[in-house]
Design a protein around this ligand. Sequence first.
Ligand SMILES: C[S@@+](CC[C@H](N)C(=O)[O-])C[C@H]1O[C@@H](n2cnc3c(N)ncnc32)[C@H](O)[C@@H]1O
Ligand SMILES: [Zn+2]
Length: 155
Amino acid sequence: MQKPNISAGKVLAMRSSRIHGKGVFARVPIPSGVRLIEYRGKRITNAVADALYPEDRAVPYHTFLFAIDGDVVIDAGRGGNMSRWINHSCDPNCDAVVDDGRVWIESVRDIAPGEELTYDYNFVLDERHTPAAKRRYPCICGAAKCRGTILAKKR
Ligand SMILES: C[S@@+](CC[C@H](N)C(=O)[O-])C[C@H]1O[C@@H](n2cnc3c(N)ncnc32)[C@H](O)[C@@H]1O
Ligand SMILES: [Zn+2]
């Protein structure tokens, strides 16, 4: 079984974020290329995820789901760990890497103590990513190159 390069509890902390709600922050310097924590949760199908969490356009979008592929979704609302609090950025310092069906959060540059961990959610909808769709999934990461949405770039 793959393991993170570090002990997440010693290196990461969850607290209030300037991006959104709660976030995850570095407690110590973290070099680039470190496998930090697994995105854990109950594994469900896409169909079950849609049935459990239908999109409600009347409320701001919020999810703890991570879609691995067309079939498998990780529901970090059940059995999840600290990774479920990691916010999206359009200029992230981490990446979510799928390895043998599991998802790992890995640093992609050096991270200073106190810096918030982020990765690019790159959400993909079944529908086209029209300007209206992008507005339903806004991004407020604050990056200079923020694309204004947590949806993936192309489609
Ligand atoms: C896995 S949760 C991350 C933890 C979240 N901050 C919280 O307190 O629940 C993912 C949700 O956080 C929000 N979020 C994360 N990054 C965001 C961003 N850059 N801009 C706007 N909302 C964001 C969205 O509602 C998204 O569906
Ligand atoms: Zn952004």
